[in-house]
Design a protein around this ligand. Structure first.
Ligand code: EPZ
Length: 421
């Protein structure tokens, strides 16, 4: 298995292009199932999860033409023949469950393998299923599959999510666009990826109001039509490279990045003593004066601090002056990077959902590995700042969500390479 090898201690200087958001692209691709006409997405990131979703859609009968150079994919759902998302695909990518709402809404049936737990938590999909049942779906769980069907169209209704779920909001939002009548989704996720999906659905002819708020109103239509949509820049890729600049004491322009969707992360960075400047081309991140200061972080649904940036920010805070408390409120098992960061010399104590990080003056390189995407990238970030060589194993986690990570970092002066096994 490939490894990423980093010789740390070099400040990053230069520019990094931010691509379209993986977590926006996945539901947007699933939305192609809602119409017999074409859906064109621009600014598509080239990462393994996107290829997995393209593969699932083509198994279902969606014709996809992907032009990697222009980052454009045209998806045509006119000849969908299959409504089953098989175990072999779903087990590799949980976001496959996002085909459930669109398949059920358009074809009246869907069979989707139940995603299991994963490295960051149990991650059930009960809230997706309860909401679809409220819309008139009959759902059975058998043989590890969700078997859903509905007689005629789904029915618009009032759905109140008891807790915020990004994927649940996306599944129900897509299903509601083809339902009979009005659906109200209360306590909806407000993540920029949900907003991006809602805008694309509008372009496909859906009637949605309340976009960006926690209450979405959707008036269902008998059919949606063709649309072209540009995917929002990836706020987590943005935050990750912002940490790379800050942790190495560098100066990097994140080209195409947006301030608006990243306020919580940039706010914490500024409080820690990092310079964050909005420019016409993107966001510039610089830290040239001494160590950063410890800050407390609590992950929360948007607009709070994103759980998908918790591990990266922890890597940064291992080198702060003073202590920081990091509380993970979204997933129950998202501190898998802690023991690996400690092997690099970090001083971290975990108590339940909180971790106390006492800053140390330096980290030292070590062989490390992690069990999920964001934990893995936090080790790359720590390796960029550490003295000596860090080998990050299990690179396939990184490839799920970061496009050309080693090239992007190397172009800014990092000494980093992929070592094939
Ligand atoms: C999305 O996952 C993202 N994935 C995750 O990013 C992200 O960490 C998460 O939202 C939170 O922001 C994609 O967009 C593809 P949730 P999702 O439903 O939709 C519980 C990454 O690294 N829950 O908002 O699966 C759940 O267990 C990934 O890119 C239920 O209990 O997250 C969790 O504790 C990792 N029942 C919480 O809610 C349900 O039916 C939030 O999960 C659904 C969720």
């Amino acid at each position: 298995m490939d490894r990423i090898r980093i010789s740390g201690g070099r400040p990053l200087n230069g520019e990094i292009d931010i691509v379209g958001a993986k977590n926006a692209a996945l539901p947007l691709m699933a939305a192609s199932l809602l119409t017999p006409e074409s859906l064109t997405l621009k600014n598509l990131p080239s990462v393994a999860d996107i290829h997995a979703m393209a593969n699932l859609l083509s198994e279902l009968g969606v014709q996809t033409e992907h032009d990697a150079e222009s980052r454009t994919v045209v998806m045509h759902g006119g000849n969908v023949t299959e409504t089953t998302a098989p175990y072999d695909i779903v087990r590799k990518m949980r976001a496959s469950v996002l085909v459930l709402g669109p398949l059920l809404a358009r074809f009246g049936k869907a069979r989707v393998s139940l995603p299991g737990g994963c490295a960051i938590g149990t991650r059930p999909v009960d809230l997706h299923l309860k909401a679809l049942e409220q819309m008139g779906a009959e759902i059975e769980l058998a043989g590890g599959y969700i078997d859903a069907k509905v007689n005629g169209r789904l029915k618009g209704t009032h759905i109140l999510f008891p807790s915020v779920t990004v994927g649940g909001t996306e599944n129900i939002l897509m299903a509601a666009t083809l339902a009979d009548g009005e659906t109200v989704i209360a306590n909806a996720a407000r993540e920029p990826e949900v907003t991006d999906l809602a805008r694309c659905l509008q372009a496909m002819g859906a009637e949605i109001s309340g976009i960006g708020s926690d209450t979405l109103h959707v008036v269902g239509k008998p059919q949606l039509h063709a649309a072209v949509h540009g995917i929002v820049p990836d706020r987590i890729e943005t935050g990750t490279y912002a940490v790379a600049a800050a942790i190495t004491g560098g100066d990097v322009l994140l080209r195409g990045a947006q301030m608006g969707s990243n306020e919580a992360v940039f706010g914490h960075m500024m409080r820690a003593g990092v310079d964050v400047t909005e420019t016409a081309e993107g966001i510039r991140i610089a830290r040239q004066n001494g160590r950063i200061h410890g800050v407390d972080v609590m992950t929360e649904p948007y607009p709070g601090f994103p759980t998908d940036m918790q591990a990266q920010f922890m890597a940064l805070l291992t080198l702060a002056e003073g202590a920081s408390m990091i509380t993970e409120s979204i997933f129950e098992n998202r501190f898998m990077h802690v023991p690996e960061l400690m092997r690099m010399g970090a001083d971290i104590n975990v108590h339940g959902a909180s971790a106390i990080v006492r800053g140390v003056p330096k980290l030292s390189g070590a062989p490390v590995m992690a069990t999920d995407l964001r934990a893995s990238v936090s080790l790359v970030l720590a390796g960029l700042a550490a003295e000596g060589v860090t080998d990050v194993n299990r690179v396939y986690h990184l490839d799920r969500g970061y496009e050309k990570i080693e090239q992007k970092l190397a172009a800014c002066g990092a000494e980093i390479e992929r070592v094939p096994e």
